[in-house]
Design a protein around this ligand. Structure first.
Ligand code: PHE
Length: 454
């Protein structure tokens, strides 16, 4: 099989694929600690506003390019604006997902290890010191994280090699409802813990004194990352959308599911953090260092739950990471299939090798290469910062400019309104188009600069 003309089978498939890409480590790992650091509910409020006013229109732009172009990112841009340099720009846009998926796979690998450890009951009675030590020993060792990184990327490649419908669609249709079920379960448990009230009120009471321009920029960056924008994933998944699906409805539902999930993850984590008497500002180490200890401290209340909850929690992280990883992997796979005329299998194997090799120094940057730094940043940080702070914004900027300045307005209208058959979309079109054309590119530049200066 050369190129791919496969389509998602229906609405449920489209929504779960988009939500599967959006819901990931960003929601469970990053969002709760950002809420913790940036003023609780005040941050959530700003985040929701950013998602609707900025991220959603960019989602529309990417989706319109993908479905109208019907090819991989570079191919779609070439098809919609032939003869210029847009094909090259599209190839450049492949860089970001390949970088992200490589370091994302390292963290996904950690989740595999933690899930196995949870199954063995390791977290059921770990002390705070041991919990910290375990993470630093594990992440800085040579083989263990490399093996889990390789396993994570191999699972991803195996799913993607099954194809759009039999692989990606099938997994997401099961995984996304399962993720919601699991996170609700954990949140209920967390809220029911003694002393959890502090965490609940932290999530619902805004502290506006913490809000600064940096916090607003951070909220925007997070909403981009969380909605998988600027990476071509929405573009590629949209190329698998049938013409009868509604782009505005898909975008709105994706934002809704992604945001609700992030907030639920906050409720799964913050009440437990408060219940254990820990400050909510633990930062990125919250999930892998602090939480295992918190789960263990619950063994006084119920030894069974302190065994089961870590299993559920790390399984949730693992599943969420896989559904996001496959969306990035598919961007590169489709790129190779269509640009280099490879079969899906061959494209997947190449992606597997490239992402394993790129992830290698990221994994080692917690151990062997921890002193290898450029401008004070480890390889992992460089990958993370260059993709999330630079390439992601570049991609979002390119897609919104392309849709509003390069594509024919009538084509954009047809895609957004399904040939004028969606009355709500017809009404929304004018303001949305204006917003994408004149406001979004300026806002992206402002946020980009603010983020760089932070
Ligand atoms: N949205 C994913 C998350 O929240 C990460 C991601 C970024 C996935 C970019 C695809 C593309 O974890």
């Amino acid at each position: 099989m050369k190129g791919t003309n496969e389509k998602f089978s229906g609405k449920f498939a489209v929504i779960t694929a988009m939500a599967g890409s959006a819901i990931g480590l960003g929601n469970i790992w990053r969002f709760p600690y950002m809420v913790g650091e940036n003023g609780g509910a005040a941050f959530i409020l700003i985040y929701v506003i950013c998602s609707i006013l900025i991220a959603l229109p960019i989602f529309f732009a990417e989706s319109i390019i993908g479905r109208r172009g019907g090819k991989d990112v570079a191919g779609s841009m070439e098809a919609l604006s032939p003869g210029g340099n847009w094909h090259k720009v599209g190839v450049f846009c492949l860089l970001a997902p390949i970088i992200i998926l490589s370091f994302y796979s390292v963290v996904g690998g950690w989740a595999i290890d933690y899930f196995i450890k949870a199954l063995q009951g390791y977290f059921a009675n770990v002390s705070p010191e041991d919990s910290k030590l375990y993470f630093s020993n594990f992440s800085s060792s040579f083989w263990a994280p490399l093996i889990t990184h390789a396993s994570f990327i191999t699972i991803t490649a195996a799913i993607v090699s099954l194809g759009v419908v039999k692989g990606i669609e099938k997994l997401n249709k099961i995984a996304v409802p399962a993720l919601f079920f699991l996170i609700v379960l954990i949140a209920v448990y967390s809220i029911s813990l003694p002393g959890a009230y502090g965490g609940v009120s932290y999530m619902v009471k805004p502290d506006f004194s913490k809000v600064s321009s940096g916090v607003v920029a951070a909220a925007m960056g997070q909403s981009f990352f969380s909605l998988s924008l600027g990476m071509g994933t929405i573009t590629v998944y949209s190329s698998y959308m049938k013409k009868s699906e509604s782009i505005p409805a898909t975008g709105l539902l994706t934002v809704l599911f992604d945001t609700v999930f992030a907030i639920l993850a906050g409720f799964a984590i913050m009440p437990a953090v408060f219940s254990a008497g820990i400050e909510p500002y633990a930062g990125p180490s919250l999930v892998f260092e602090t939480l295992p200890y918190i789960f263990a401290s619950m063994s006084k209340i119920s030894p069974v739950l302190s065994y089961v909850v870590p299993i559920l929690f790390f399984f949730t992280i693992l599943l969420a990471a896989i559904t996001s990883e496959i969306s990035m992997f598919e961007v590169g796979t489709k790129g190779l299939m269509e640009e280099k005329h490879l079969s899906r299998r061959k494209a997947c194997s190449r992606m597997l090798v490239v992402s394993f090799l790129l992830g290698l120094p990221c994994s080692l940057s917690f151990g062997l290469l921890k002193d290898f730094k450029l401008a004070g940043l480890t390889v992992f940080d460089i990958f993370d910062k260059s993709s999330s702070n630079i390439l992601m914004f570049a991609g979002a900027f390119i897609f919104s400019v392309f849709v509003s300045w390069r594509m024919r307005k009538e084509d954009v209208y047809d895609e957004f309104t399904n040939n004028a058959s969606l009355p709500g979309a017809r009404k929304l079109f004018k303001p949305v188009y204006f917003w994408i054309k004149y406001v979004i590119p300026v806002l992206i530049v402002v946020v980009f600069i603010t983020n760089l200066c932070m």
